[in-house]
Design a protein around this ligand. Structure first.
Ligand code: ADP
Ligand code: MG
Length: 477
């Protein structure tokens, strides 16, 4: 028997079961899982449960093996080591047929498109920093030199540079970096740490401690358990620069937040630098204690904005140059247009192309790009709909959206309609007949004609070319 379950998280059971779509076997499994959870919670207590176990979801039952998943590798390792046996025995108590429980890490389960991961940092190439015990290993690729600066990130970059040059300067403490996933927060934090560590050779030694909020909590809870909180506190308070990445992870973790708040105050009072990252600005981080939120916003708050086309191109060019594989400009431009969500995904797509080129020892062309990234592009295409294109184009040319499907052939209407068809071809993966259907059931040859007519006009008419480019940009962001 093999059962695949959509992620069943805490609370899901109560709201989703009994579900009409779920078969009896699935339903039974979900019930067993819900009982295992309840017993787990009772065994380890509320705090530990919330901290480590709440995020587990049930993935499948295959034969005699249950698979559970957690969103990060770090959590997976911890849960496996600390609770693996307990979880297995609880499962066996519920269902005698079960022999083993497999616990896996599955980041962004169910949301991320199938992108190649960037290669993992190579531990041995990491330059050692002093006091390796208080720092997480830094990624050797994340330096200021490899960070590409553009409009969306220039302010955050300048702030990071500033802190690396002169830590704990008034007005820059704490430095709070925020922005969506994959926009360079961790990169900038590592860059600060590298910079400080390389420059200290010439001056007084600087102790930098970088860790994720998750790791901070892990260390704290561990210290509580082994009754070594005092050592933990002293260790943290002895650093010159403390960096905590992904602070949003502390939301709802009251004890850890409290500890962090005290550490924070002690360090700032002692003239030490704090650097924090989070996915939102301090004022938007609801769920954090007010007094902590206030203090977080007291220094410099810098936002990493979503990337622009220009920045994506610069990043791709820089990264491509470092791979040693020749990637045609057209391919880079294609990637920058299609993959707009974040730099990590952009990088993932480029890595995949490069890996492909290396593996097959082939020139990269637009054809290979389409072929290799087929699944990725499909996932991104869904973002712009033909309707959206029609709306934006109509707005731009001041005509009614209904004219997109009308039979009228006056130039001031027909031209925008052709532009919308052209953009639909460029920005979505819809076929020509499909596009035609959205424009008042026109024939695919009409769409084909529109595409070639606009392409031709863009070469002759600068104003029209500008309109089209502008619309493309609006639609892509
Ligand atoms: P975040 O911490 O904001 O989620 P990361 O710092 O981990 O994002 O960045 C994701 C990936 O994108 C990393 O590999 C990073 O090197 C890369 N990256 C992000 N922004 C830039 C940039 N401006 N220049 C070069 N690489 C970048
Ligand atoms: Mg990060």
């Amino acid at each position: 028997m093999s059962l695949e379950i959509g992620a069943l998280r805490d609370g899901d059971i109560a709201t989703r079961a009994p579900s009409a779509q779920r078969g009896p076997a699935e339903h039974r499994l979900a019930e067993q899982w819900s009982r295992v959870r309840a017993r787990l919670q009772a065994e380890v207590g509320e705090v530990e449960y919330r901290t480590w176990l709440k995020q587990i979801s049930l993935a499948s039952l295959d034969g005699d093996e249950v698979t559970l998943v957690l969103p990060t590798r770090f959590l997976r390792d911890w849960v496996k080591k600390e609770y693996g046996e307990l979880i297995t025995s609880l499962w066996q108590g519920e269902n005698h047929a079960i022999r083993s429980v497999d616990i896996r890490a599955q980041p962004g389960r169910g949301t991320a498109p199938n992108l190649a991961e960037p290669p993992a940092p190579v531990a041995s190439t990491a330059r050692p920093l002093p006091r390796a015990d208080v720092i997480a290993p830094l990624d050797p690729r994340f330096t200021f030199e490899t960070f590409v600066v553009g409009k969306p990130n220039e302010f955050a970059y300048a702030c990071a540079r500033r802190v690396a040059e002169a830590p704990a300067v008034a007005g820059f403490n704490p430095l709070f970096l925020y922005g969506g996933v994959g926009l360079g927060k961790t990169h900038l934090m590592h860059a600060i740490a590298w910079e400080l560590s390389t420059r200290q050779a010439s001056g007084a030694p600087v102790t930098v401690s970088y860790m994720s909020a998750e790791k901070f909590m892990y260390r704290f809870i561990n210290a509580l358990r082994s009754q070594s909180t005092l050592e933990f506190k002293n260790e943290l308070r002895s650093v010159d620069v403390l960096m905590i990445d992904d602070l949003q992870f502390l939301i709802g973790k009251d004890n850890t937040q409290e500890e962090f708040f005290h550490t924070f105050n002690a360090l700032v009072d002692a003239g030490k630098q704090i650097v924090i990252s989070a996915d939102k600005s301090p004022s938007d981080l609801s769920g954090l204690e007010d007094r902590l939120r206030t203090r977080l916003g007291c220094g410099m708050v810098a936002d990493l904005h979503a990337t622009t086309f220009e920045l994506r191109i610069s990043i791709l060019e820089a990264k491509a140059a470092r791979t040693g594989v020749e990637v045609p400009g057209k391919v880079l431009e294609f990637l920058a247009r299609k993959i707009t969500s974040n730099v990590r995904e952009l990088e993932g797509a480029l890595n995949r192309l490069v890996a492909h080129a290396n593996l097959f020892d082939r020139q990269l062309t637009m054809e290979t790009a389409h072929e290799v990234l087929h699944d990725v592009l499909k996932a991104f295409d869904r973002k712009v709909s033909i309707l959206e294109i029609q709306k934006k184009v109509s707005e731009h040319f001041n005509i009614r959206t209904s004219e997109m499907s009308s039979a009228r052939r006056a130039r001031n209407i027909a031209r925008p309609r052709q532009i919308a068809m052209y953009l639909a071809k460029q920005l979505t993966s819809k076929s020509l007949p499909d596009i035609g259907r959205h424009f008042g059931d026109r024939d695919h040859t009409t769409v084909m004609h529109a595409v070639s007519r606009i392409t031709e006009l863009m070469g002759q008419d600068a104003a029209l070319a500008e309109d089209v480019e502008l619309l493309r940009r609006i639609l892509e962001n």
